[in-house]
Write a protein that binds this ligand. Structure first.
Ligand code: GH3
Ligand code: MG
Ligand code: MG
Ligand code: MG
Ligand code: MG
Length: 330
């Protein structure tokens, strides 16, 4: 199941991203074979709160990139060994750094060079001789835009995670729903085929619940279902999974549990639900809410699917109902 994300966590992360550059230093990595240019660029950018990492030898490019994790790259076009265009191309192909803002600094501003620079995937070009204010605005606005983009990506990711999470939760009881149950069951079935361990399943059904709704009303029925779901949750281990299987039916999956162990869990659930003493005047068995259960367990085999486990538990539940309800059957 997806790890829950609280709205506070989302806001906290957005706030971190929103901090202005001056407060949360931007990092720029400059690659240029000319030490004078490195010095000039550093002096221009530093007063704006930008931390500048200089590299005069492209051979160490990846090493320095990984240790710096910059917000933006400033690449010289003409360098011995790797030139700026080659560097730009390899960065763009990298899965991690592919989106990194890249500005190419060059003395060549003829049409062909410009074309090459943009074809290599650079975001912008800065011509030499460097004009201070122009460099600063281009660098800072690129970084701000890229941070805004990161922030939006983050929001989308969070939204997707929340939707994924909600698709597996029953809105009434706030416990996993049938979709989550089937996913977990399928996954455990495969795993326990490998491990040759027992997988147990308990199906629970509230007794005479139609009568309950008819007498106490549907809203009261909803409250009753919530209480039952909560009680079942409290009776299982974190490695088990309890889900709302249907209307007033719940299912519990117990991986690596013996049938004996599952039986004890069922007994505990039955006892705890009786102890709730939810009044049920129209029950034909007791004057409070009770449940019936079908229990089954087996070592999964590749020839069968988890449906076979559900079918057997369902039959056992049917037997429990026929034996007068408020009981469990194997
Ligand atoms: P049995 O002991 O044989 O299980 O009898 P029963 O009345 O519990 O079984 P039946 O299947 O006839 O009725 C189930 C009832 O559960 C009918 C339906 O209205 C009620 N139910 C299903 N989902 C909900 C729900 O979300 N909220 C409420 N309040 N009632 C629900
Ligand atoms: Mg050069
Ligand atoms: Mg039912
Ligand atoms: Mg019922
Ligand atoms: Mg019925």
């Amino acid at each position: 199941l997806v790890q829950p994300v609280t709205p506070t966590e989302v806001l906290e992360a957005i706030y971190q991203l929103l901090l202005p550059i001056q407060e949360k230093d931007a990092k720029v990595m400059v690659v240029d074979d000319d030490p004078t240019v490195l010095k000039i660029l550093t002096h221009l950018l530093q007063p704006w709160g930008v931390r500048v990492t200089c590299l005069d030898n492209p051979q160490q490019f990846w090493e320095v990139l990984k240790s710096t994790e910059p917000d933006l790259l400033l690449l010289d076009l003409e360098m011995p060994t790797f030139n700026g265009i080659e560097l730009c191309q390899v960065v763009r192909q990298d899965p991690k750094y592919g989106d990194l803002p890249i500005l190419v600094v060059t003395a060549h501003n003829d049409r062909q060079s410009t074309q090459k620079v943009f074809a290599a995937g650079a975001d912008d070009m800065i011509s030499k001789p460097i004009v201070g204010p122009e460099l600063v605005t281009r660098v800072i606005s690129r970084i701000e835009r890229s941070r805004l983009r990161q922030q939006l990506d983050y929001l989308h990711q969070q939204q997707a995670a929340i939707w994924q999470q909600q698709a597996r939760i029953d809105p009434l009881t706030q416990i996993p729903n049938r979709r989550a149950l089937e996913e977990f069951l399928q996954q455990q079935w495969q795993q326990l085929i490998q491990e040759q361990e027992t997988l147990c399943l308990i199906l629970c059904d509230v007794d005479h619940f139609k009568n309950y709704n008819d007498f106490y009303g549907h809203p009261a029925g909803d409250i009753c279902l919530k209480q039952i779901a909560k009680t079942i949750q409290e009776c299982i281990k974190s490695s088990d999974l309890a889900a709302r299987y249907g209307g007033e039916e719940f299912a519990i999956i117990l991986p690596k549990t013996s049938l004996d162990g599952a039986l004890r869990v069922a007994q505990r659930i039955q006892q705890k639900i009786s102890q709730l003493q939810i009044p049920h005047e129209r029950s034909k068995i007791k004057n409070y809410v009770t449940i019936s259960m079908g229990i089954t367990g087996k070592i999964p085999t590749p020839e069968q699917s988890f449906d076979s486990l559900i079918a057997i538990a369902d039959e056992a539940l049917y037997t429990a109902k026929n034996r007068g309800r408020n009981t469990y059957c194997l």
